[in-house]
Write a protein that binds this ligand. Structure first.
Ligand code: 4AD
Ligand code: MG
Length: 476
């Protein structure tokens, strides 16, 4: 076969170099046609669109073309021509076809369209080859780029916090342990407690639930930083919005108070959504149709409209106490929630979505939560009851961001940590920031997959991460 430099299909479809010799490589989506002429729809992952390869069957040989079935990988040399069909701009008249790898139709699982999302999760090693998951993972890439650009443009530094840690940032006891100990032969003291001094780190270690504590240290030196990395939570909640391994973006800014923190969160989300419209429109439009079949979903809103709606509206800022009043009024008027609502209760997703979708019809930033339901590090308000927390609540999603102004006063922070049984020996270094040059500061964490749920319209968080980790599921 003649050596011609490969062109990606995304570039080819924009090309006007008709009559030129080109090479494309990719995976066969379909092959159809007659005894004389065949049409191969080829996709190489660079775009949702396929390029059509026109094949003279006699010239290339009917027998030779037999293994060119759905899923096979081929390299094609040919002439780029203007397409006659109305669905595509260009096509390739094949002169040579090399078969890299076949995919036996008897065993290749991606034969027909319309596989269920559940089935596709069982073949997560192949699902990126479907149009739907190709689109999702291209969008995932673009959103990661948007995040880095947003912060970089604003002078934030990307700071790497550890994945293995000995401190529990959120204090919710949902950590996965990291050990090299023989679990069948554990050294214990008289009370039966495990002794870790002979473990790899000489102490109990876990996978991080958040990079925030270390992020705060960095903000006290570099001013504005963000983290973007994997996060692990062993919460046994089998919901469409929870993963055991998810990615979180956590900016932390010295001198920002809660108002500036809220504005940063709103600007950040809007920047990412605008980026999605500017860079992923083809994929978003494809998913707009695909997801309805995939989930037999009742979500019939238009994805582009959904995104534009967020861009066009200022997020509502509302104190928790006011939010509870609205929810209590809803109950008084006959609205039924599964979980009880009262001042002091943690909001469930149904409550968050009521505020956002039914009451305000707009994203809401809920602030000043009761201190009992929030972490020890949040700045305490003068009322002695609430802390300067802020959760961003989104339509379809519920909580997409959790954050706060941080308690910068050493004594108050120490006392709160003590009250909440945070082991001081694990966070002495964190407390040190309040002893040496402390400053007001704020930050938040955005769940990357929750943002992706919103942008892609996918209904289950397992379908926006390549290899989901959930209870009883760590295949691939
Ligand atoms: O509200 P969370 O727990 O906040 C923190 O971890 C803070 N340390 C962040 C900070 O202030 N720097 O989590 C932040 C976000 C949530 O709003 C949600 O979007 C996402 O992380 N999240 C999850 N996403 C997927 N699966 C899970 N199990 C998640 N838990 C939280
Ligand atoms: Mg939260």
């Amino acid at each position: 076969m003649e050596t011609i430099t490969r062109t990606k299909i995304a570039d080819l479809l924009k090309s006007k170099s008709f009559g030129e010799k080109v090479n494309v490589k990719g995976w066969v989506r379909t092959r159809r046609g007659s005894k004389l002429v065949n049409f191969i729809a080829l996709n190489d992952g660079s775009t949702i669109h396929n390029v059509q390869i026109v094949v003279d069957v006699e010239k290339l040989g009917e027998e030779y073309l037999k293994p060119v079935t759905t899923g096979a990988c081929i390299s094609v040399n040919g002439i780029l021509v203007e397409s006659q069909g109305k669905d595509q701009s260009v096509e390739i008249q094949a002169t040579e076809v090399e078969i890299y790898g076949t995919a036996d139709p008897q065993t290749y699982p991606l034969q027909k369209k319309g596989h269920s999302v559940e089935f596709l999760r069982e073949i997560a090693h192949l699902r990126p080859r479907t149009n739907t998951f190709g689109a999702v993972f291209r969008i995932r890439h673009h959103m990661a780029m948007a995040i880095h650009r947003f912060f970089h443009e604003r002078g934030f530094f990307y700071f790497h916090t550890p994945i293995i840690t000995a401190s529990d940032c959120e204090g919710a006891g949902q950590m996965f342990q990291v050990t090299t100990k023989n679990l069948y032969d554990l050294k214990k003291d008289e009370d039966g407690n495990i002794i870790y001094d002979d473990d790899f780190f000489g102490k109990q270690a876990s996978l991080t639930v958040s990079g925030q504590l270390e992020g705060e240290l960095a903000a006290m030196a570099l001013g504005s930083i963000y983290t973007f990395g994997p996060t692990f939570r062993a919460e046994n909640s089998n919901t469409p919005r929870h993963l055991a391994e998810f990615w979180m973006i956590e900016p932390e800014v010295a001198f920002n108070e809660i108002e500036e923190n809220m504005q940063l969160a709103e600007d950040f989300i809007k920047y990412c959504l605008q980026w999605a419209l500017d860079n992923c429109l083809d994929d978003i439009q494809f998913l707009n149709g695909a997801r309805k079949l995939l989930y037999k979903s009742e979500d019939n809103d238009d994805l582009v409209e959904r995104i534009k709606f967020i861009l066009d509206n200022k997020f509502i800022r509302l104190a928790y106490t006011e939010g509870i009043k609205i929810l209590e009024e809803a109950v008084a008027k006959g609205h039924k929630f599964e979980f009880p609502i009262f001042w002091g209760a943690d909001l469930a997703s149904e409550h968050e979505r009521y505020l956002v979708e039914k009451h305000f019809k707009c994203p809401v930033i809920l602030t000043d939560y009761p201190k009992e339901i929030k972490s020890f590090y949040m700045k305490q308000n003068e009322d002695g009851k609430t802390v300067r927390a802020m959760d961003v609540l989104f339509p379809k999603i519920g909580e997409i961001i959790g954050g706060s102004q941080r308690e910068e006063d050493y004594d108050k922070l120490y006392k709160r940590a003590e009250e909440m049984d945070v082991p001081m020996k694990d966070i002495w270094w964190y407390l040190d920031t309040r002893r040496f040059g402390t400053a007001p500061h704020s930050g938040f964490g955005l769940g990357f997959e929750r943002l992706l749920l919103f942008v892609t319209g996918m209904a289950n968080i397992r379908d926006v991460i390549p290899f989901p980790r959930t209870p009883n599921n760590a295949e691939f």
